[in-house]
Design a protein around this ligand. Structure first.
Ligand SMILES: *Cc1c(COP(=O)(O)O)cnc(C)c1O
Length: 228
């Protein structure tokens, strides 16, 4: 068994334990294996270990890596979890099964246009900047409800859930709890929260997707690209 397969099995066991600990159903939190900057050969190892759901941060990198991987594994599912420029909306709609980083009206507009043209809509999650960090993507929590209404009525987009990346230097649980409240208030079923360091806590607070990179693939070299 490869190291990636071993890591994957460990993370899946941790997820199952966290689900059981808080009385959630097995599989309630889906694992997104975050494979940004990870070469295709190592992604193959995760595929060999049975993993089918992957997350990437960059449209161009995904366009280079995934068409061949998907041909070999037609059941693989690919989510965009990094920031998206409006001029890449059509590429993203063509490539991804879900986009977790919808956070502004200009992007909603570009996505709506791309969706109409493509005749398919990836699942969409709104990213919320729960820490109100200026360098980080995500809509301000105060603007979320209005933005969700605009996505529905002005752009005809169905929004499936919410995503957040808590500030690096704060305990994450209050952010997860807040995001869960916002989702419940707006009747949204999906919650994308929790990374390698804190996915168990996120599962306790209702995550339906956890995004785990380092714990599966090891440390990334180009951590500069991680700031997102
Ligand atoms: C890179 C990244 C992750 C994975 O982070 P790890 O700490 O390596 O598990 C999760 N979510 C987003 C948005 C990311 O950019």
């Amino acid at each position: 068994m490869s190291v990636v397969e071993e890591n994957l099995a460990e993370v899946l066991a941790d997820i199952a334990r966290a689900e059981a600990d808080c009385g959630r159903a097995p599989g309630a939190a889906a694992l997104i294996a975050v494979s940004k900057t990870v070469p295709a050969e190592r992604i193959q190892e995760a595929l060999a270990g049975g993993q089918r759901l992957f997350g990437e941060n960059y449209v161009q990198e995904s366009q280079a890596k995934w068409p061949a991987l998907r041909e070999a594994h037609p059941k693989a599912e690919l989510h965009l979890i990094g920031p998206l420029q409006s001029n890449k909306a059509a590429d993203a709609v063509a490539l991804f099964d879900a986009i977790h980083s919808l956070d502004r009206a200009s992007l909603a507009k570009a996505l709506a246009k791309a969706v109409q043209k493509a005749g398919r809509q990836p699942r969409l999650l709104c990213q919320v900047n729960t820490g109100r960090e200026p360098q980080k993507g995500g809509i301000d929590p105060d603007e979320l409800d209005g933005f969700l209404a605009a996505c529905r009525t002005s752009y005809g987009l169905t929004i499936d859930g919410l995503m957040c990346i808590p500030p690096f230097d704060e305990p994450p649980s209050p952010h997860f709890a807040w995001l869960a409240q916002m989702a419940e208030r707006n009747g949204l079923p999906s919650l994308s929260m929790g990374m390698s360091a804190d996915y168990q806590a996120a599962i306790q607070l209702g995550a339906t997707y956890v995004r785990v990179g380092t714990a599966i693939f090891g440390k990334r070299s180009g951590s500069q690209q991680d700031k997102g």
